[in-house]
Design a protein around this ligand. Structure first.
Ligand code: ADP
Ligand code: ASP
Ligand code: MG
Length: 406
């Protein structure tokens, strides 16, 4: 019997009416003879509301308590979706992450799923009961953990992998993966198919439509992943192996990330070049460092600059200041209100000059390029927030993405 996992995001379960619509879609799937497992997010933007509340209690709230709080959002929606299904005569049962056997590593706020004990899930499915599982949460040694913002996608893919489901469908508020965020670039086109590799880059570089670890997990376990809208019947985007795709586009999509900050540690004597200590200390404090640039400005001295999320900038500077004696640097500077714009495309590997074209596009809109980072299939540039909108639209145009679907 075909088994599919359907994941519904925040907007898809944002109101009582939307929850009834979700139940309608699940009921239709079940009635067509498919075994369906449902994974849901918290209603609407309720997780943001919980984060706001926590921040009113203390600065940098305790991570354990934060997980206890944020996990409640999904518990509301699992119960409501199960009720809506029961109201339609579909047998259904809600399950928290731990009831569904989702074990994670011992990290609050960004835990990876380590294993899933599917015994309870298997029993429900065998009795024809539709499990409705809370996304984003798991358990480690009796402690509630969460997977990081947007993590319900990863729950769905991990469950699909554990059950060897035929596919995992991610239902959201857009009709699939677009060439750019359709809210930022109105002419962005929907992609019918995209490779795991390109999707992983886009997701990591800020395309919120899929959680990066969901893409990673689906590639690792060969889970067929589809992104669709819960508001329409339109076919979505299939994420698949690069090998099965015909021809590679040079640039498949543009991603953006806001609230980026740059920290520059200036005048580090090369004799005291303890960079590994600095980045280890940042990692130990869960500060995610992104683009790193090191430059030799004068003999015997290096400058190192790196980007972090704006929310982490104070913590990152505190950590670097704590290492002043070890590093011997002259000064630390910070620059806020930056963004990152990135292009991703598997065809870049064989086409030189793509970075130059991107720089030219950014120059056209007067955006100063503050940092650059590249991989085989992406180019990222850090620019000022105020130029982001114009920049992303210009880059989208220059790489002929405006013409897709026309
Ligand atoms: P959900 O609550 O369903 O998980 P998200 O808000 O996490 O939904 O993700 C969907 C949103 O992702 C869309 O509304 C869209 O604004 C944004 N997005 C960013 N980049 C892209 C892209 N390349 N394609 C589609 N949507 C994108
Ligand atoms: N509710 C969580 C969040 O808002 C998880 C998710 O929606 O995927 O980040
Ligand atoms: Mg999401």
């Amino acid at each position: 019997m075909t088994v599919i996992v359907q994941k519904y995001g925040g907007t898809s379960v944002g109101t009582a009416e939307r929850i009834r619509a979700v139940a309608e879609r699940v009921a239709a799937t079940v009635q067509s003879g498919i075994r369906c497992v449902v994974v849901v997010s918290a209603m609407g933007h309720s997780t943001d509301g919980l984060v706001d509340l926590a921040n009113q209690m203390m600065n940098e709230p305790n991570r354990r308590e934060m997980d206890a709080l944020l996990a409640t959002g999904e518990q509301v929606s699992i119960a409501l979706v199960a009720m809506a299904l029961q109201a339609k005569g579909i047998q259904s049962q809600s399950m928290t992450g731990w009831q569904a056997g989702i074990r994670t590593e011992a990290v609050h706020g960004a835990a990876r799923i380590e294993s899933i004990d599917t015994a309870r899930l298997d029993a429900l499915l065998a009795s024809g009961i539709v499990p409705v599982i809370a996304g984003f949460q798991g358990i480690h040694d009796g402690e509630i953990t969460t997977l990081g913002r947007g993590g319900s996608d990863t729950t769905a893919v991990a469950i699909a992998a554990a059950l060897r489901a035929d596919r995992c469908e991610i239902y959201t508020d857009v009709e699939g993966v677009y060439t750019a965020d359709p809210r930022v670039v109105p002419v962005a086109g929907k992609l019918s198919v995209i490779s795991y590799e390109e999707m992983l880059e886009l997701a990591t570089l800020g395309s919120q439509v899929l959680h990066p670890r969901a893409v990673e997990t689906s590639k690792q376990h060969g889970v067929t992943l589809v992104v669709r809208s819960s508001f329409t019947q339109a076919e979505g985007t299939v994420i698949t192996d690069m090998a099965t795709m015909e021809g590679m586009r040079i640039v498949t999509g543009v991603a953006t990330e806001k609230e980026v900050a740059r920290i520059a540690v200036l005048g580090i004597p090369t004799m005291q070049h303890h960079l590994s200590e600095m980045f280890t200390a940042l990692a130990q404090e869960q500060v995610n460092v992104d683009v790193i640039v090191q430059s030799v400005v004068k003999t015997g001295e290096v400058d190192v600059s790196f980007t972090v999320a704006e929310a982490d900038v104070e913590r990152a500077i505190r950590i670097c200041e704590g290492l002043k004696a070890l590093l011997g640097y002259r000064e630390i500077m910070q620059e806020l209100e930056l963004s990152k714009v990135s292009i991703v495309g598997a065809g870049m590997i064989t086409n030189p000059g793509v970075a130059a074209q991107m720089f030219a596009a950014l120059e056209t809109v007067g955006a100063e390029i503050k940092m650059v980072s590249t991989s085989e299939i992406k180019v990222s540039c850090v620019i000022a927030n105020e130029q982001l909108h114009e920049a992303v639209n210009q880059v989208h145009r220059v790489f002929a993405l405006d013409e897709l679907n026309r």
